[in-house]
Write a protein that binds this ligand. Structure first.
Ligand SMILES: [Ca+2]
Ligand SMILES: [Ca+2]
Ligand SMILES: [Ca+2]
Length: 239
């Protein structure tokens, strides 16, 4: 009698623990759909950032879903490599993944191009159209970018000086040690060469002869004669 009661209790206890462990396995290891992670599936898996972008998730959504800015730099999106995102509205800039020239002039040496003197982030497009509307010279840096058709996109332009510095910081020096040693450098995720690249910013203090370039070895901005040959890397914007 006593023994039967004991066996029943043991059986019930075992059933109880089996039920608890089944319940736990459902509640603790939650499987989120579409590569999301977190207790409420509120975040994106940082291992799958490129896959999300390829599937049409916007960079801004990834930022808001726990992905760091650094993880987005250098990822392929809308035909180029992400190198800037405005954290307020999610607009941003991408660079072509290859150079458009290894030696092009800025153009129109000895002539002040009307406008084209902004150094600021967001002004490369305006600079480029101002150069093209006032300078007929063929083969110049701004024109190579404007004529570019790459990855199905045709709205490329020459970056302003500060946009070009962002390319150094986020694509040529992604490891943040202030130098790019060249194609073998693992921080150089945008494959920029240790060369001088033209910006679209004319030098307002002597605009007839000088425009600004950036040295992709260290990100320094300097003025130079507009008839000098420099590398060219086109960019475009995304909304
Ligand atoms: Ca000017
Ligand atoms: Ca570096
Ligand atoms: Ca100057």
């Amino acid at each position: 009698m006593h023994e039967i009661y004991f066996m029943k209790t043991l059986k019930n206890t075992i059933y109880f623990f089996v039920l608890i462990s089944i319940f736990n396995s459902y509640s603790c290891t939650k499987v989120c759909p579409d590569g999301r992670i977190g207790d409420n599936c509120e975040n994106y898996d940082p291992e799958r950032v490129q896959e999300f972008l390829d599937n049409g998730v916007q960079p801004f959504d990834l930022l808001n879903g726990g992905i760091s800015m650094e993880l987005l730099y250098g990822k392929t999106f809308e035909g180029g490599l992400i190198f800037h995102i405005d954290p307020m509205d999610g607009t941003g800039l991408i660079a072509a993944s290859v150079d458009q020239s290894t030696g092009a002039e800025w153009g129109c040496y000895d002539q002040d191009v009307n406008g084209a003197e902004s150094m600021e982030v967001g002004d490369g497009f305006q600079n480029t159209s101002e150069i093209l509307s006032d300078c007929d010279q063929l083969g110049i840096a701004a024109r190579l970018c404007n004529d570019l058709e790459l990855e199905g996109k045709s709205d490329w332009y020459l970056p302003s000086a500060k946009e070009l510095v962002l390319i150094f910081e986020n694509l040529a020096d992604a490891d943040g040690n202030n130098e790019n040693l060249g194609l073998e450098d693992e921080g150089n995720i945008g494959k920029l060469l240790v060369k001088e690249y033209w910006s679209s910013s004319e030098d307002s203090s002597d605009s007839e002869i000088h425009a600004f370039g950036v040295w992709m070895g260290n990100g320094f901005v300097s003025d130079d004669n507009k008839d000098r040959n420099k590398h060219v890397r086109a960019i475009r914007s995304f909304e």
